[in-house]
Structures are given as C-alpha cells and as structure tokens.
Design a protein around this ligand. Sequence first.
Ligand SMILES: [Zn+2]
Length: 482
Amino acid sequence: MADEKKLTPRAQDFSAWYNEVIMRAQMADYSPVRGCMVIRPNGYAIWELMTRGLDDMFKEHGVQNAYFPLFIPQSFLSKEAEHVEGFAPELAVVTHGGGKELEEPLVVRPTSETIIYSMYAKWIQSYRDLPVLMNQWCNVVRWEMRTRLFLRTAEFLWQEGHTAHVSEAEAEEFTLTILATYRRFAEEWMAMPVLTGRKTDSERFAGALRTYCIEALMQDNKALQAGTSHNLGQNFAKAFQVTYQSAEGGLEYVWNTSWGVSTRLVGALVMMHGDDNGIITPPKLAQYQVVVVPIWKSDEEKATVLQASQQVMRELKTGGIRAHLDAREGIKPGAKYYEWEGRGVPFRLEIGPRDVAAGSVMLARRTGGKKMPFATNGLVHSLRIEIDAMQQELLEAAKVRREQNSIRGVTKASFIDFMARDGGFAYGGWCGDAKCEADIKEQTKATIRCLPDEEFRSPEAPTVCMWCNSKATAEAVWAKAY
Ligand SMILES: [Zn+2]
C-alpha cells in the first residue's frame, strides 16, 4: 500500500521530489551494485510503450532490428581515435573469463559503432547493398559514479540505430529524418515539446562529423538532452574498412549515421509533467489509461457495483482503452485514489450504487478539474475524446511553460542574471569560439544546448556574441542541463 506521507514539493527541492515520485510510484529502485538501477514493472511499462511507439516509427523508414554482442574487443575502440578518447574514462572492461585471463580484454559496450561497423565491412560489398538501415534495442554500460534514477546510471536501456549510405548527402538526410522522428515521438507520445538543432563541436559525439539533438526544458528549468542523431561521415568506415564498389566500379567508403534514445526518456516524462502529487503520465504512454474504482458499503451494493464495473471494463477493453479494475478489499476508495494519482494514471472512474442507478460513472482527471458524471452508454467514445484532449493539453501546457521560461536576445549582463535566477532557455549570439563557450560554462554553469534549427531561431539573427561581443556566427540556446 502507498505511503501517505506527502511528497516534498517541487518548489522546495525538485531533486528530492523527483526521487520520491519514482520510489513512491514503484517505477524503479536502487540496486545492490552501485550506479545501477532496477526498473520495476510500473516504470518498465512506460518504457515498453515508448519502445513500441518508436519501433513502429523506425520501421516506417525502412529500419530493421538486429542484435550485436555485449562484448567488444578492446582493440576495436582504439581504431577510431576520437571515439576511444571520448569513452575511455567510462569503460567497464572484462579481463577474465572462465577462470582464465583473456588474451585480449573485452569492453562492455558503451555504444556499438565499432562492433557494428566491423560487421558491415563484411556484409557490404556493392552499392546495391546500400543503404543498410539497422537498429538494436539493448543495454549499454558507461561507468558513472554520480547517478540519478533513469537520468544517469551505469547501465541503461536504449536503442541505437546504425546506417550506411552511398553519399554524405544521403547520410545527412537520414540523420535529419531520425531527428524529426524523435521530435515527433517526443511531442505526440510524450507531450514533450523539444528544440531541434545541432551540437557545438565540444558537445559533439566522439567520432561524429555532426551531432543533432532534441532538447527539452524540465520543470526546474534545466535542459535535458532527450535524443541524439549523428552524421558519422566516413570516420568509422575508414577505421573499419567499410567499403563498397560504386556503380562506376570504384571502391568507396560508406557514409554512416548513428542515433539513440534511452530510458532517460522515462525520467524526462516524470520531470516534464509531474506535480506535487506524483507523476502524470500522458495517456499514450500510460500502462493504464483508466483505473476503475468500485465503491460500496453493503454486500448488496458490492454485488451491484462490481457487476457494473466489470461490464465497464469489458467495454473499455473492447474499445482499445487500457484499463484496470481496482476491486481490492479492505482499502478505502480515498487510499486507492491517492495511490493511482501518485502513479500518474490519467483517468479514474468511480462507480458507486447511485452511479449504477443513474446509468453513469464519475470521471476524475489526473490533471485536475471537477469530477464529472459520464453516461455509461457511449462511455468509450466519451473517454476517447477525453484521452485525446488530455494528451494535447499536456503538450500545450508544456509549450507555454517552456516559452515562459525562455528569453531571447540576451546580453552578457541579462544572461548572467537569468542563469543566476530561475534559468531556462536563453537565446543569443555566439562567436563560434570554444574558448568563449567554456568561459560561459565555467562562470554560469550553462552550456550550449544546441544551435537551433531555423524554426526555433529568433526573428532577427543576432549580430554579435552575447558574451565577448565579437561577430556572431550563429544563434545559440544555453541552459543548465542534466
Ligand atoms: Zn564569444
């Protein structure tokens, strides 16, 4: 049964609130191994729905799933200089197997570019074999000591897509197609508005030509990188000799992309929509979109309301609505409401003897507002409208909140002030100098989240760098980040 102690309010300590919400909703727990987490069924259900939604979208673009090994020969990582340098500090390395020291240590994959491209070298011969569009759903390990449930753990679940193309233009196009797919998923499924754009060189993936990302603003005004899509150019193709015979008969290196989102998205969902009573799950990602709570006092009432509740359950199920009947004995309705609220169930249907007599049910929304009676007749139809409306409202509310916490055309002074106060997304000119970027980070803790795509840029392009006043090469969006 749920612990009825109130959660720490978000305004008081967002980080404490976040951990309490996840523990209270039984979404995850700490593991005996430091840095690792256990994803419990209530958390895994959300991830599972995420994977289904995304997987369908990838397949619409012709991507197929495959599976590559967990272990990678250590020498593979060294083949791409920038890649090994980027990942070396966080590698877990296996030196013994079957009681013997291994001839070559094996790295537990932090990401799979190297092993996948070593296989592509074998499989790709001709331009007719291209493009290769593969994805794998798997776990990866990056040795993290400062961990946060879902946001940063040593082992996490993700998908990593890896493609090979005949030209740079085609690889770039696919990189951006996936970026757009991530954005669509974030907005349509997670009700999470995101900025899309390119990472600066200092935030670029180790070994990539260009890294693109989706960035979201959490309720504490910190940014969260929610997904990345990389144009790898020919860096890995050259390291692993992934070549093909062109139509003209020459031997060419392929052009690669890689892209991924992880269980971090579950953490993003909590921080995007939760309130002081717990998580609010957008209906599309809710394990149960509706929970039915029958209310009775006498045995006679019990028989009536349970029968009516089961009938409602059958209709919801037939109508494709994910529903759960909470007919547990010995728990007061109020306690049940509290528990389901903490778990973020979008809608609750209360069915008491009077409702049965009136041919209706009481509908309560997780996002607040008055409870409303709905006729049992046509309930699926009414609920569908409510479900779509809540999904849309959550997105709209998140957009409004993001814009309220964004400023444009910052100067050095207004930027420092903004970051010292509540923070958020700050748009301003940037000179393109990594030194300037590093200074800003050191003095304000804010980093360039992305050089935003045109759609997100300010109407008037900045002319000078907001920090050093030299000529601006781009508009950038800064924020403190997870
Ligand atoms: Zn500058």
